[in-house]
Design a protein around this ligand. Structure first.
Ligand code: PLP
Length: 354
């Protein structure tokens, strides 16, 4: 705290990202990064872009990337696509552009912890809606007056996915406000709401290249929705930073979206490993929530989650533990390579037997 700080700055409660320790030989399963590298074609495209051209500003519209997103989905126009510096930035703009109204917005009590942070930053009131006892979203709970709705599908950190008809029920239930579906993990096993955007002008779907396309280090995210919603995001973006995506990010993101084969191969590998990991943890007595994401959410009836996380850390295995109501006994574990999963399972077996 300093007397030079603005009142807003004093009032903020910033988001705390999962740690990025610089230790060697770490089995890093705490921030849902993809264990496989990005598409070699993306890396090649970034290399090609690295040269004299960097003296020039990038395309402020990111037109090529918008076209690549539109082509990836099909039946989407480029005017229905917004691109940003990671989906966190896209989400931030959505909060200011589309979710700041008189009524409080709604999101689950257990969800991505950046949502309340944006509310704090922009002065947006919110009300949390409790997940069911099974940690799932119940659409009927969202059929109430609201200034907007946001939820991830699959949800984070639970990994639980909402079926298509239930997403539609939430979107159709609030025609007078914007519903944002944060699909950061959708490619690992949930139905995408992008198929609904041409029918619902109040639906915004947000994606990231950080998880299923292994580009967390490049910082690229995008949103798909009605052209009027996208225009709102552009207005905020152009009041903040005209060039949020640099030349390398634009080039790499286009190539990554075009390389469907690499995308398919790596996401299927993660899905397969998730199944194996789930089975092995259940054998050890863990309860594992059904996951549609590249992580699992798990607890052991006889073990304290905080202690488990500590014991794993002593073995250079980092997982995420949230000291929060309802989920304090859970661990969120990123699905790594099969080798990493094997190291994790062996360590847990040892800890349980000690
Ligand atoms: C990882 C994540 C994001 C942020 O992704 P970036 O594109 O890396 O900013 C957004 N929402 C959820 C739910 C996430 O887990």
């Amino acid at each position: 705290m300093s007397r030079y700080w603005s009142e807003v700055t004093k009032s903020l409660t910033p988001y705390v990202p999962g740690e990025q320790p610089k230790l060697p030989n770490l089995v890093k399963l705490n921030t849902n990064e993809n264990p496989y590298g990005p598409s070699p074609k993306a890396i090649e495209a970034i290399r090609r872009e690295t040269g004299d051209n960097l003296r020039l500003y990038p395309d402020p519209e990111g037109s090529q990337l918008k076209s690549a997103v539109a082509a990836y989905f099909g039946e989407i126009a480029t005017q229905q696509v917004f691109v940003g510096n990671g989906s966190d930035e896209v989400l931030a703009h959505a909060f200011l552009a589309l979710l700041k109204h008189d009524r409080p917005i709604l999101f689950p009590d257990i969800t991505y912890s950046f949502y309340p942070v944006y509310c704090g930053l922009y002065g947006i009131e919110y009300r949390t809606v409790p997940l069911t006892e099974q940690f799932t979203i119940r659409p009927d709970d969202y059929l109430q007056p609201n200034g907007g709705i946001i939820f991830p599908n699959p949800n984070a950190p639970t990994g639980c996915a909402l079926p298509f008809a239930e997403i539609e029920r939430i979107v159709a239930g609030s025609p007078d406000s914007v519903v944002v579906v944060d699909e950061a993990y959708v490619d690992f096993g949930a139905p995408s709401a992008v198929a609904l955007v041409n029918r619902y002008p109040n639906l915004l779907v947000v994606h990231t290249l950080s998880k299923s396309r292994s580009l967390a280090g490049l910082r690229v995210g995008f949103a798909v929705g009605d052209a009027k919603l996208i225009e709102a995001l552009e207005r905020v973006k152009n009041s903040f930073n005209s060039y949020p995506l640099d030349r390398l990010a634009l080039a790499g993101a286009v190539a990554a979206l075009e390389d469907r084969e690499w995308f398919e191969r790596t996401r299927q590998a993660v899905i397969r490993s998730r199944g194996e990991l789930t089975r092995k943890l259940r054998e050890l007595g863990f309860e594992v929530l059904p996951s549609g994401a590249n992580f699992i959410f798990t607890r052991h009836p006889g073990q304290d989650a905080g202690e488990l996380a500590k014991s794993l850390r002593k073995r250079s295995i980092i997982v995420r533990h949230f000291r929060q109501p309802r989920i304090g006994q859970f661990l969120r574990i990123t699905v790594g390579t099969d080798e990493q999963c094997e190291i994790l399972v062996a360590a847990l077996r040892e800890i349980l037997n000690a």
